[in-house]
Design a protein around this ligand. Sequence first.
Ligand SMILES: Nc1ncnc2c1ncn2[C@@H]1O[C@H](COP(=O)(O)OP(=O)(O)OP(=O)(O)O)[C@@H](O)[C@H]1O
Length: 271
Amino acid sequence: MRRGKIVGTGCVTTKPVIEARGLDLTFQTSDGPIQALKGVDLAIEKGEFVSFIGPSGCGKTTFLRVIAGLEQATGGSVTVNGMTPDEARRERAYGYVFQAAGLYPWRTIAGNIKLPLEIMGYPRSERDARVEKVLELVDLDGFGKKYPWQLSGGMQQRASIARALAFDADIMLMDEPFGALDEIVRDHLNEQLLELWARTEKTIGFVTHSIPEAVYLSTKIVVMSPRPGRISDVIDSPLPRDRPLGIRDTPEFLAVAHRVREGLRAGHAYD
Ligand SMILES: Nc1ncnc2c1ncn2[C@@H]1O[C@H](COP(=O)(O)OP(=O)(O)OP(=O)(O)O)[C@@H](O)[C@H]1O
């Protein structure tokens, strides 16, 4: 059994869904080694919404890619649902959302969402049922027959989230999915993402540059600093899970945002 509960002497402990221990990653480049991650320790529990925030080059994307098995660590370990990242990738343990929506322009929205399911050999009826379900989850029901260019940027990004949801994995890894969108659209998508998270109870890892976005979305905020990339603070949010956008004006929210900002400032002291 790869995942689940460890039952000890009368107490039940749930294993973290994602766990990194002493994680190092050094890229060998023609200009010499680049230490992208150093001594990263982190445990993410089931159902958490974890944001990674830090200045450019601090290793946020690299960390997400290591979790996803798209980069190999050069030291330490990572487990995903108790598996190596490579095994977890093969078992489709996560959905991955990239910075750009990356939809094929010659395929309809439904066709884009279906593509990975087709490659994996899912039967047609199953594919159609899944597409309908995920379009509804991202509030795009009725848009399956449209082409990407017929949708706004925010809708395209929602379609790419739908594509990542199609395998119904428990984990979603999202690399700055709303970075290119204007603030009003972003606010709306943040609200929708929280609703989606509440409905599906997924575990989410989310990269962002935005302090308000990190604080609004997360149950845990991981502040990272560069050269070498490491974790400088981990903040467990005291905010309730049910969060109207107005929560951003409350003293509790501003206190968390202040701590994130302080963590980022401390990280910049390495410059
Ligand atoms: N494939 C690679 N080969 C060599 N160096 C790399 C590679 N990928 C990332 N790096 C380097 O590793 C460091 C961390 O990069 P990474 O993209 O993870 O940072 P980031 O925090 O996500 O940055 P940003 O916010 O700009 O996306 C940077 O110095 C980057 O140049």
